[in-house]
Design a binder for this molecule. Structure first.
Ligand SMILES: Nc1nc2c(c(=O)[nH]1)N[C@H]1C(S)=C(S)[C@@H](COP(=O)(O)OP(=O)(O)OC[C@H]3O[C@@H](n4cnc5c(=O)[nH]c(N)nc54)[C@H](O)[C@@H]3O)O[C@H]1N2
Ligand SMILES: Nc1nc2c(c(=O)[nH]1)N[C@H]1C(S)=C(S)[C@@H](COP(=O)(O)OP(=O)(O)OC[C@H]3O[C@@H](n4cnc5c(=O)[nH]c(N)nc54)[C@H](O)[C@@H]3O)O[C@H]1N2
Ligand code: SF4
Ligand SMILES: [Mo]
Length: 745
């Protein structure tokens, strides 16, 4: 590294990057006596315009939290934890893993990087590099219990190498089960989404929202559909039905670049707006209006730009792959891809230079790739190994079971579907190591808990928000924005906290494994120049700055240049246009995948509504997932400034349903699925459709605390059966639209 970084902990106001969530807002941090004391938005930041949320402003409280681990912990035979020096912990863990691997092979070791490996750019590359060095491919990420349908559908549909449209330039946008104003995710840029949305509305953009709960973003919708949960494939098939029947598609684009058109057309022919309306609890007119608003009227020369994107809701409901696939098909038939000569809004900043081309890259297999599980008939899909089945693989009673698990910034007991099985799995491990800032629900089962540095104590870059463009269509920054921050403060005095990558470097060194990091490969974005593999010096430990430089090799804007602009900068120096297709290119986007169309046809022959029979009568409500503003998965709910008055996750129900059940605000309720039951606290929410129970995940503690629901909340994952109603390709079980019964407790 050649640039100079100011010494951390200097008193005063420092520009930085918020890493409480993935949105990477530009912030100003006030430092007094070596500690962060105040965080405000940075108005000089050219992409975020001073935006922050309450979570970001509570970073000082997070860093100073009384539950924060300042020393790594080791579990004693009596179950108590005592502090252990991080070096000694690494010695002991390296030795135990070497022994497990020698006896049972590298496959007995699994890695689960979660939410908080995101803000620390070197975490996942170093962890995965160490695993591959050891010979284990058993890497399970939260992607397979998040929006796995995105990865699968992009693989089997193929990528458009010219890239997608971005929000800031679009005339129409469709959100299917996501809420970017709160989640900072889902196609409205993560950089101040509410300003971007207001600007877009002023420009005349039409917004379509499909969500059983009238979420914050739905208040801005021009067309709002409030269906039953889990009916997205039917609704999207009906939109396609209208668009194809009324010839509102881009015939020239389909002719030149698409295959499977007639197969899709034939299958969606049965999904009339009348059928979809009855099934999803909508009106025919609403469906037609959504279709016409999205497609415009191309034969009259009215072809709006834009995109449709889905979020976690429909990905966690049944048929998530199909929902995402139909959405890609919808974008594709409407020709919603960037054409030859179009300017690329974001040629890259920390990403390598884009080299877009107006052509398709052919479909790949979406599942059945490589490694498969021993315990279940599931394997590697485009979304990776199935995290939802990792408990089964740990509990498997046979050759090749997983015996050791490393959790990096993740919390299986809070987050995995089927919580009680996850508890049994954690208890069945020979070795569990967590890298976590506190004794999380999962850390309480761990043999070792490694205490990490927190975000303001490490350098950071805005790569997670930029690189999401590589995996999710129409996500990421709409402009070549980047920011770097040095560490703003030193860790608290007397602490022994390390960075996640240092832990994996430390293990590599102790185990004699040369550590190599592999760059992220693009899945859905425009083509980009390549990055090189990063090989670590195993004699002398490098600095984090060296690691960041290494990982960002090949960036369009060198990291050293980005380091100079401490408030973040938009690097709009270079104009890159979509190049013409290769003359001999015959590749096409596939919208008629036989597996997807078979799944869609099977839906058409399902009985629905009242005829559904027993389950429908016994479990009349549908529990759906949602995010709360002041928590980030399992983080934030123990910060009094954020949630002091309500540390639990309310069970939001329509007031008419509350009346019908004889319930009032604050009543204790029992929520039962066919698999398990939990307690909840009723909260009226007129924005929720009748028959829907809307609840956030990652609350609740271990089962012994179940009665303390007002203190810890309820774990909705408990209600999920991971072996029933799961996707056969990615393994994700039904985590939204779960049939439940609600009664007064
Ligand atoms: N029922 C249901 N289940 C769900 C979902 C749902 O909607 N419904 N959502 C799913 C989704 S989308 C996801 S992504 C997963 C999330 O799954 P996980 O990533 O497994 O869960 P988190 O609660 O985010 O775990 C983050 C952990 O990181 C710790 N941490 C905080 N700061 C740091 C840090 O700086 N360094 C380190 N090393 N650790 C830190 C926190 O204390 C916490 O224990 O949950 C999934 N589970
Ligand atoms: N404040 C905050 N921000 C977060 C997080 C957080 O915990 N808190 N978590 C982060 C993570 S890990 C992720 S993955 C992203 C997720 O980001 P989003 O996908 O935007 O997640 P949500 O805000 O839960 O929005 C999901 C929406 O889907 C709706 N929904 C549920 N089931 C269905 C269905 O069957 N069909 C349809 N059409 N809609 C349905 C819900 O009502 C909800 O409004 O957010 C990230 N940002
Ligand atoms: S949205 Fe995320 S990055 Fe921005 S201030 Fe809030 S927590 Fe921080
Ligand atoms: Mo997520």
């Amino acid at each position: 590294m050649s640039s100079e970084t100011p010494s951390p902990s200097a008193a005063g106001r420092h520009p930085s990057i918020c890493r409480f969530c993935h949105a990477n807002c530009g912030i100003l941090v006030d430092v007094e006596n070596g500690r962060p004391v105040r965080v405000v938005g940075d108005r000089e930041n050219p992409a975020y315009f001073g935006f922050t949320c309450a979570k970001g402003r509570s970073l000082p409280e997070q860093h100073a939290h009384s539950d924060r681990l300042l020393h790594s912990q080791k579990r004693q035979p009596d179950g108590q934890y005592v502090g252990i020096e991080s070096k000694t912990a690494m010695d002991e863990i390296a030795e135990r893993i070497a022994r497990i691997v020698a006896e049972h092979g590298p496959r007995s070791l699994a890695l689960y990087p979660g939410t908080y490996s995101g803000p620390h750019a070197p975490s996942i590359p170093a962890a995965v590099g160490w695993m591959l060095g050891l010979g284990s491919k058993m890497v399970f990420t939260s992607a397979s219990i998040d929006q796995p349908g995105k990865h699968v559908s992009n693989a089997i549909h193929g990528r458009w190498l010219g890239g997608s449209y971005v929000f800031d330039e679009s005339d129409v946008w469709m959100l299917v089960g996501n809420n970017p104003l709160i989640s900072m995710s889902g196609g409205i840029p993560p950089s101040n989404p509410s300003k971007r949305l207001r600007d877009a509305k002023k420009r005349g953009m039409k917004l379509i929202v499909i969500d059983p709960r009238k979420a914050e973003v739905a208040r801005f919708a021009d067309v709002y559909l409030q269906p039953r949960a889990g009916e997205d494939p039917t609704i999207l098939a009906a939109l396609l039905n209208v668009i194809l029947r009324e010839e509102r598609y881009d015939a020239d684009f389909c002719e030149a670049h698409v295959s499977g058109f007639s197969e899709l057309e034939e299958t969606v022919a049965d999904f009339t707006p009348e059928y979809a309306a009855e099934r999803a609890g909508l009106t025919t007119e609403e469906i037609e209006l959504a279709a016409r608003t999205f497609a415009g009227n191309p034969t009259q020369g009215e072809s709006p730009r834009g995109c449709g994107v889905a979020g976690t809701g429909p990905n966690m409901s049944p048929h998530g792959n199909l929902t995402e696939y139909l959405l890609l098909a919808l974008n594709t038939v409407c020709g919603r891809w960037r054409r030859e000569g179009d300017l690329l809004p974001n040629p890259g900043a920390l990403l390598p230079r884009a080299t877009p081309k107006a052509q398709a890259s052919p479909p790949r297999s979406g599942w059945g790739r490589g490694e498969s599980l021993r315990s279940r008939d599931l394997g590697n899909s485009a979304a990776g190994l199935p995290t939802a089945a990792l408990s089964d693989e740990i509990l498997y009673d046979g050759e090749g079971r997983i015996r050791a698990l490393i959790c990096v910034g993740s919390n299986p007991i809070a987050a995995w579907p089927d919580q009680l099985k996850a508890v049994r799995a954690m208890e069945n491990l020979d070795l569990l190591v967590t890298l976590d800032m506190k004794m999380s629900e999962t850390s309480r089962f761990a043999d070792y808990v490694i205490a990490p540095r927190l975000s303001l104590e490490v350098p950071g870059i805005s790569i997670s928000s930029e690189a999401i463009e590589q995996t999710y269509v129409a996500h990421g920054y709409p402009e070549p924005y980047a920011q770097y921050t040095p560490a703003i403060v030193d860790p608290p005095e007397g602490s022994d906290v390390i960075e996640e990558w240092e832990f994996f470097y430390g293990l590599s060194r102790r185990m004699g494994i040369p550590l190599k990091c592999y760059p992220i490969r693009p899945e859905t974005g425009a083509l980009r120049e390549r990055r090189d593999l990063v090989e670590f010096d195993m004699e002398e430990m490098p600095s984090t700055e060296w690691v960041l430089d290494g990982l960002m090799n090949g960036s369009r804007i060198p990291l050293d240049e980005i380091r100079k602009h401490r408030h973040g900068k938009i690097y709009d120096d270079e104009k890159i246009r979509v190049a013409p297709a290769d003359p001999d290119c015959r590749d096409r986007l596939e919208i008629g995948n036989p597996d997807m169309l078979a799944e869609l046809s099977a839906i058409r022959s399902e009985v629905f509504g009242r005829e559904r029979g027993e389950d429908a009568a016994a479990y009349p409500f549908q529990l759906i997932s949602r995010r709360l503003p002041n928590v980030y998965n399992s983080s934030g709910r123990d910060i009094p400034k954020l949630n002091g008055r309500r540390p639990y996750n309310p069970a939001f129900l329509n007031p008419d349903d509350l009346d019908m059940l004889g319930l009032a605000k604050g009543d204790l309720i029992q929520i039962a699925s066919p698999h398990a039951s939990i307690l909840g606290i009723a909260e009226p929410a007129p924005e929720v459709r009748r028959g829907i129970l809307s609840m956030a995940h990652c609350f609740g503690a271990a089962p012994k605390h179940d009665a303390d629901v007002r203190q810890f909340g309820s774990n909705t994952g408990r209600l999920v059966d991971n072996e029933r109603d799961f996707d056969p390709h990615t393994g994700i079980p039904r985590m939204s639209a779960i049939p439940v019964a609600v009664t007064k407790a």
